[in-house]
Design a protein around this ligand. Structure first.
Ligand code: NAP
Length: 251
């Protein structure tokens, strides 16, 4: 692919019904890409399709529970049949099940690791064949600042997000020769449903720890993802881009 010549890519964004994923899907669509956004429900998928149409996006919404391997295979198969090989994958869908480790139920651990990490392994594998054939691809994994810093009450979540960093770097090494880049974006605290329940006091304390003195917006992450999938980022792979208002400065 030649530099500076825009070619629309087929982009799969998981968890595009809300928050960061929604902002990413709309940002990529408004830049002319074909975006397929996933939600866990048919209603959510329909809402994504409607919103994509509003920005003249050519893609659609699909219902997918990323923890279901069979469903993942058949939904991705259908997407490829309709739109062609997926050349941009944004592994965004994620959950939290917070608890102190001593009180954490095995089900909370398993749900978080399965959704945030094991599903990324499965979805990525399903998309890789098309990218390999195209000798082009961009994979972006949504990690988190707490994958780097840790956070009391989030052993499961931070383990999943730190795991994604290892996956990102190892996969980047495996497939660089095929023209595929793999990067992670590690958001700080972004205003979405995931952080909506933070008690006022904790929110104030957080703000004090953020040099830019505001919580992030989904758009802050969407713009970073749009850059990483663009030709301008062609030489960036295996990296973690921290987008957190300066609350954690990774070495
Ligand atoms: P959110 O508002 O809670 O939205 C989560 C999204 O994931 C929804 O679209 C949801 O679909 C989808 N999802 C959940 N479980 C799923 C499953 N089993 N299969 C498919 N989709 C599923 O989350 P967010 O704040 O936008 O976070 C997006 C990503 O950024 C996550 O990976 C999160 O860990 C990461 N992140 C967020 C923050 C933050 O401060 N918000 C910070 C660091 C990292 P439904 O709408 O259908 O339920």
């Amino acid at each position: 692919m030649s530099q500076n010549q825009f070619s629309p890519q087929v982009c799969l964004v998981t968890g595009a019904s809300r928050g960061i994923g929604r902002a990413i899907a709309l940002e990529l669509a408004s830049r002319g890409h074909i975006v397929i956004g996933t939600a866990t429900t048919a209603d959510g998928a329909e809402q994504i399709a409607t919103e994509l149409k509003k920005v003249a996006g050519k893609g659609t919404g699909v219902a997918l529970d990323i923890t279901d391997p069979q469903q993942s295979e058949s939904v991705i198969g259908d997407v490829v049949c309709e739109f062609g090989p997926i050349t941009v994958l944004v592994n965004n869908a994620g959950v939290t099940e917070d608890n102190l480790l001593l009180r954490m139920k095995p089900s909370q651990w398993e749900k978080t690791l399965n959704t945030n990490l094991a599903s990324v392994f499965r979805i990525t594998k399903l998309c890789l064949k098309g990218m390999t054939r195209a000798r082009y691809g961009r994979i972006i994994n949504l990690s988190s600042v707490v994958g780097a810093t840790g956070n009391a009450g989030q052993t499961n979540y931070s383990a999943s997000k730190a795991g994604l960093v290892g996956l990102t770097k190892s996969l980047a090494l495996e497939i660089a020769s095929r023209g595929i880049t793999v990067n992670a974006v590690a958001p700080g605290f972004i205003e979405t449903d995931m952080t909506a329940d933070l008690p006022e006091e904790q929110r104030d304390r957080l703000l004090e720890a953020i040099p830019l003195a505001r919580l992030g917006q989904p758009q802050d992450i969407a713009k970073t993802v749009a850059f990483l999938i663009s030709d301008d980022a062609a030489y960036i792979t295996g990296q973690v881009v921290h987008v957190n208002g300066g609350m954690h400065m990774a070495s």
